[in-house]
Design a protein around this ligand. Structure first.
Ligand code: ADP
Ligand code: MG
Length: 254
């Protein structure tokens, strides 16, 4: 098995006249934590959504585990997975959004068992047992029967992480998972992500939490205007950035 989990080459994506991704190259190795930073509008969410089949790409190629998600050469040949293939591939990719997106009418436990039961046709009792283990893992064993409205933002986000993990993904995408949280709740979510990283999960994390990026990331990628401006170790990108745009951005967020 190749060491490369995700490989993006020359990925372009436009929405109408808006050219959002202008040739993104990124490789993520198995077990790596890859942090993506960049100003608002630089295309970070769009890029994650392309990896997860929520958007199709216009040109370039993206592979996950060596399997093509989509590619086009010279604007002519397009390879895209059939819907069933895309769905199968997406099952192995977990995504956590800025807004927790829990189903409001379901308890924490029901939120976590829902996809395994309906998508993976898991036995309800097995899914329930696994959900309880996952709630323990995110520190919420006592909240199984709580509804989202009864949970803090940090607790809801931890349930959202448990819900993503219930599908046993081998790649987790996080899109600014803590930016909608009150500051005092950020740490508990980052702690869960850190322990997930320590367990060997491959993770791509869009975040402006520089402490997390410095401590947990293996690589940091700075994006601006739909291109990768700088990529390297946290030390290289955050402490000794080479590009003016990276320096300007860091001076605003640090
Ligand atoms: P980031 O996550 O870095 O803030 P996004 O990927 O959300 O950036 O957005 C990049 C650009 O793409 C923005 O100009 C945004 O308005 C545009 N965009 C994103 N999604 C859509 C869409 N579905 N339709 C039209 N424009 C979009
Ligand atoms: Mg975004």
């Amino acid at each position: 098995m190749s060491d490369i989990k995700v490989s993006a080459q020359e990925v372009h994506k436009s929405f109408g006249d808006t050219h959002v991704l202008k040739g993104i190259d990124l490789e993520v190795r198995r077990g790596e934590v890859s942090c993506l930073l960049g100003p608002s509008g630089s295309g970070k969410s769009t890029f994650l959504r392309c990896i997860n089949h929520l958007e199709s790409i216009d040109s370039g190629r993206i592979e996950v585990d060596g399997t093509l998600i989509g590619y086009r050469e010279h604007g002519e040949r397009l390879h895209e997975l059939k819907p069933a293939e895309a769905a199968a591939q997406r099952e192995n990719i977990g995504m956590v959004f800025q807004r927790f997106n829990l189903f409001p009418h379901m308890t924490a436990l029901e939120n976590i068992t829902c996809a395994p039961v309906f998508v993976k046709r898991a036995q309800r009792s097995e899914a329930r047992q696994r959900a309880i283990e996952l709630l323990e893992r995110v520190g919420l064993a006592d909240k199984a029967d709580a509804y989202p409205r009864e949970l803090s933002g940090g607790q809801q986000q931890r349930v959202a992480i448990a819900r993503a993990l219930a599908m046993t993904p081998d790649l987790m995408l996080f899109d600014e998972p803590t930016s909608a949280l009150d500051p005092e709740l950020v740490g508990e979510v980052l702690d869960v992500m850190k322990s997930l990283a320590e367990s060997g999960m491959t993770m791509i994390v869009v975040t402006h939490e520089m402490g997390f990026a410095r401590e947990v990331a293996d690589t940091v990628t700075f994006m601006d205007g739909g291109v990768v401006v700088e990529h390297g170790t946290p030390e290289e990108v955050l402490v000794r950035p080479q590009h003016g745009r990276t320096k300007a951005f860091l001076s605003k967020v640090l």
